[in-house]
Design a protein around this ligand. Sequence first.
Ligand SMILES: Cc1ncc(COP(=O)(O)O)c(C=O)c1O
Length: 379
Amino acid sequence: MFCQKDKFDLEPHLHYINGAYMSPQLKAVEAAGLAAVSRKNRPYSIAPEDFFSGKKRLRALFAQLIHAPSAEHVAFIPSVSYGIGIVARNVSIKPGQTIVLTEAQFPSNVYSWLRLAEEQGAEIITVPMPEARENRGQIWNERILDAIDGRTAVVAMGHIHWATGTLFDLKAISDKVHAAGGVLVIDGTQSVGALPHDVQALGVDALICGGYKWLMGPYGFGYAYLSERFWNGVPLEENWINRENSENFADLTNYRATYQPGALRFDVGESSNFIMVAMCTAALEQLLEWGQESIQAYCHDLTRDAVVQWQARGYWADDARYRAQHLFGIQLPDGADPLALQQQLKAKNILVSVRGGFVRISPNVYNDPADIAALSAVL
Ligand SMILES: Cc1ncc(COP(=O)(O)O)c(C=O)c1O
C-alpha cells in the first residue's frame, strides 16, 4: 500500500502520529456527512424505509469487517460505556465468581464491572502488567491465562492494551474462559479497523467498539457485536424502532412484546441517525477496500527499523511479536518525563499522546517515512 495522505485533509507541516486519540477525517467521510446534513433541509427526502436501509447496509459492512456470522449480530451504540453496559446487564454472575480485567485498561471497560461485582458479590481480578522489560507481552499473556479458573464468569479486556499496544492472545484466552463457562468481552476501540479481527475464529462473545478512532467515523457512534447468547437479553432502554414491525409507522401504538431479530434490540435510540450512519458507511467502505492486513503491514514497514533504533538508544517497546503495529507505547530511558518529551515533540509539530507513563505512538496509512524520521530525530 502507498501512503494515503491525499485522502485526508491534514495540515502538511504537522506529523500527526496519534490515531489512537482520534482519526483524522477522510475527505469521503466529510463529504458524506455534509450531504447528509443538507438532506434534512427537505425532510420529505427522508422516507420511512430510510430509517432502516442505511443501518442495514452499515451493519453488514461492520459484520464483514469483523467476520461476524451475520449483520444481525451487530448493534449500534453511542459509546463504549453503553456497549459494555449492555453486556454487564446481560451476563449471569453469582457471588464468589470472578471478573478478570487487565491493569490500567480504559475506564469504560472497568466501571460497569466494578458495579456489577459490587451488586452481585463477585470478585474483580486485575492482572498486573509485568515490570520486566524483556518479554513483557508474553509474560502478561501468561498471567492472564493463569488468572482464569473455574470461578471466572467474565474476562473483559482489549485485543491490544490501549497505552502499551501489547497484543493479547484472544484465542487462548477465549478457550480457557469458555472451558470455565464464562464469556470473553473485548473492547475493540483501539484495534478494530487497523488490526484484523475475526470474532468467530477468536471466540469473542461480545466486541464493543467506539467508532471515531481506527474505524474513522464521527464522534458519538460505535458498534457492538453480540453473539447469540445475548439475543434474549434486556436492552438498556426500550426504543420503539427495535420492536418487531416498527417498519409500519402507522401501527406503532399497537405495542408489541417482541423485538427485531438478533442483536437489533440493543440499538441505541435514534440509531437511524442519518448523518452519522452516512459518515460511518463511507468510513467502513474505505477500510474494507484497504484491508486491515494491509494497514498493519503499512505501519510495520513504516516503524520497524525506527523501533529497533529507539530500543538501542534505551527506549522500551515490547518486541514485535507482542505488539500491534499501529499502536505501541514506548517507555523512556531511566527517569525521563514522558510529558516533557511530548512537549518537545509538539514544538517540532509532532503529535502523540502520553497514557499511563507511556508515550503512545499510533501511526496509520496517512503517515509517511518523514513523520517517523521527525519523531526519531527528537527521540
Ligand atoms: C480503549 C478505549 N475504549 C474506549 C474509549 C472511549 O470510550 P467511550 O466511548 O465510552 O467514551 C477509548 C477512548 O480513548 C479507548 O481508548
